[in-house]
Design a protein around this ligand. Structure first.
Ligand SMILES: Cc1cc2nc3c(=O)[nH]c(=O)nc-3n(C[C@H](O)[C@H](O)[C@H](O)COP(=O)(O)OP(=O)(O)OC[C@H]3O[C@@H](n4cnc5c(N)ncnc54)[C@H](O)[C@@H]3O)c2cc1C
Length: 511
């Protein structure tokens, strides 16, 4: 049966929007269905970390978002401990403080400009699965339900995902903290630091700027936890802030106040046949460390090119399943770390507070602690499993190297394709990188690095190393490049295949 669209993405949050842009960029038809009629000016996330900014840079939209936010180069921990970020090996050595609606604005504009159809005011109400398609039942505002036939469906529809429920995917986990108050307010006095937070005597408060004169206060008190449907009063928020911070900075004119509880949950499988789950639909966790939106965006960056390759018919066997294999462990680690951060942060008894302070001091002041912590929070240390004996760079994030043509490597990734990058020193006489990818020109670009190190690397569209060869390769363990191309990029186009072998045989014996 003919399908209406290659992929339906349920939910126009940050996860769904980045994914839709990537699919459209790869020439895959894509419809995003979002139940809200308009984008909201309310926000949950406000911290965008370095790895997410790198992913946005590889899509040409990081600079616009950075211009709209405030750069915070220190992370503050409870107990007065600070972690300096400028040593992060990234073009973005900071946390960008900007409201989630800004991130969504930038991603929506990109998705639309690349040709994704964004259907606001359309709610997914159910799914029917068939061997060759998924039928999505949707209802647009004021109209009867209609059916959209899609090749694949991605549930990026948040914590209460309809897509997840429709396929009967369990979402096991537990509640973490109750009755956390959020208030978006103006302040009479601007706090001296970008991020202000502390906990004392059972009270916790955090104040963050939106950059447009509005501030977000998050406040929680161990001894005051009314049910979620009890309205929040400004005096209640200000009182807890005063207790935690010593002052409340004079909040007034709240535009939005709410109470929420935090849960820790993850689906056991990110893929079930033609249905995939990403972002909060797949994992939710404590907001401590500001990881949720960042993790969702990176899920989408991992999934987009694999799903596009599958739809376009060149994906090697098993490629789409690597989405679960790579991202589920990352999600599990985020659950653990953010849950631990929350428990440590909100801990009350004096002995535990002392223990927390010792741990925080060790993590922020010892020689290795800061690097490990900054790598984890920024997302820069995320890596994916590599086969035994692979080059040490395999599965790791690629650095933003300068290229011989003057561009940065992340600029060269903006086409959303694989990139074979290396330097002349790594090539056999007369060979050029471009010739080594003959038969793969529709999927793989090439680039010479400005300062060759003897390494040639096949870089995935999501800026992780698929394969590398050169210094660091152990003996004969490095797979020849033709195997790497076939393993990651599928079969080459038949016409050119004959001429590829001889050139890349030469390349694989060098370095
Ligand atoms: C107080 C707080 C602070 C936070 N701070 C941070 C932070 O600083 N940094 C960070 O990284 N994360 C933070 N988070 C988490 C972050 O907000 C989420 O992880 C993020 O919004 C997830 O993005 P998403 O696109 O996966 O889902 P969502 O943002 O939830 O988007 C899902 C979309 O799907 C739509 N939808 C739902 N059901 C349907 C349906 N049936 N049909 C059509 N559309 C549907 C929804 O309307 C919504 O637009 C915070 C969370 C909270 C609560």
């Amino acid at each position: 049966m003919k399908i209406d669209v290659d992929v339906v993405v349920a939910g126009a949050g940050p996860t769904g929007l980045l994914l839709a842009g990537d699919l459209a960029r790869a020439g895959v038809s894509c419809a995003v269905l979002e139940r809200h009629a308009e984008r909201s000016n309310l926000t949950r996330a406000f911290a965008v970390h370095a790895r997410t900014l790198e992913q946005l840079d590889a899509r040409g939209v990081a600079d616009e978002l950075v211009a709209a936010g405030t750069q915070e180069s220190k992370l503050r921990f409870l107990g007065g401990h600070e972690l300096s970020l400028p040593r992060l090996p990234s073009r973005f050595p900071y946390v960008l403080i900007t409201p989630q609606y800004e991130t969504e604005r930038v991603l929506a504009a990109r998705a639309r400009s690349l040709g994704a159809a964004l259907g606001y005011g359309t709610q997914v109400t159910g799914l029917a699965r068939f061997p060759d398609r998924v039928e999505v039942i949707a209802r647009a505002d004021g109209r009867p339900e209609h059916v959209i036939r899609a090749g694949y469906v991605v549930g990026a529809d948040g914590m209460h995902s309809t897509v997840r429920d429709a396929i009967g995917m369990p979402f096991p986990g537990k509640a973490l903290v109750q009755s956390v108050m959020l208030a978006d307010v103006r302040l009479r006095h601007t706090p001296p630091d970008t991020l202000t937070l502390n906990t004392t005597g059972g009270a916790f408060a955090l104040i963050a700027p939106f950059g447009d004169g509005w501030f977000r206060i998050i406040a929680w008190h161990r001894d005051n936890q009314p049910p979620e449907d009890v309205p929040v009063s400004l005096e209640e928020v200000a009182g807890v802030a005063r207790q935690a911070l010593g002052t409340d900075y004079g909040p007034h004119d709240p535009r939005w106040m709410s109470r929420f509880h935090s849960e820790e949950r993850q689906v056991p499988r990110y893929r079930d046949g033609r249905v995939l789950l990403a972002g909060d639909a797949a994992h939710v966790h404590s907001p401590a460390g500001g990881q949720g939106m960042n993790t969702g965006i990176q899920d989408a960056a991992n999934l987009g090119w694999k799903l596009a390759a599958t739809v376009r018919g060149w994906a090697p066997d098993g490629l789409l399943d690597t989405y679960h294999a790579e991202r589920h462990p990352v999600g599990r680690q985020v659950l653990r770390a953010s849950g631990a951060m929350l428990k440590i942060g909100l801990t009350g008894p004096p002995l535990l507070v002392a223990a927390r302070n010792i741990v925080a001091a060790a993590a922020t002041r010892t020689p290795f602690g800061p690097r490990v912590l900054a790598g984890a929070i920024s997302g820069l240390s995320i890596s994916y499993p590599a086969p035994r004996g692979a080059h040490p760079l395999t599965g790791r994030r690629v650095a933003d190297l300068r290229l011989a043509d003057g561009r940065r490597l992340y600029e060269a990734l903006r086409a959303g394709r694989f990139l074979l990058a290396g330097g002349s020193a790594a090539l056999p006489a007369g060979a050029v990188l471009a010739r080594t990818v003959a038969g793969y020109e529709d999927r793989v670009d090439t680039a010479e690095v400005a300062r060759p190190t003897g390494i040639v690397a096949l870089i995935r569209p999501d800026a992780y190393v698929a394969w590398a060869h050169g210094p660091g390769s152990g003996g004969d363990q490095a797979a020849p490049i033709r195997d790497a191309l076939a393993r990651w990029c599928g079969a080459s186009s038949a016409a050119a295949a004959g001429s590829v072998g001889s050139v890349i045989d030469g390349l694989s014996q060098t370095g």
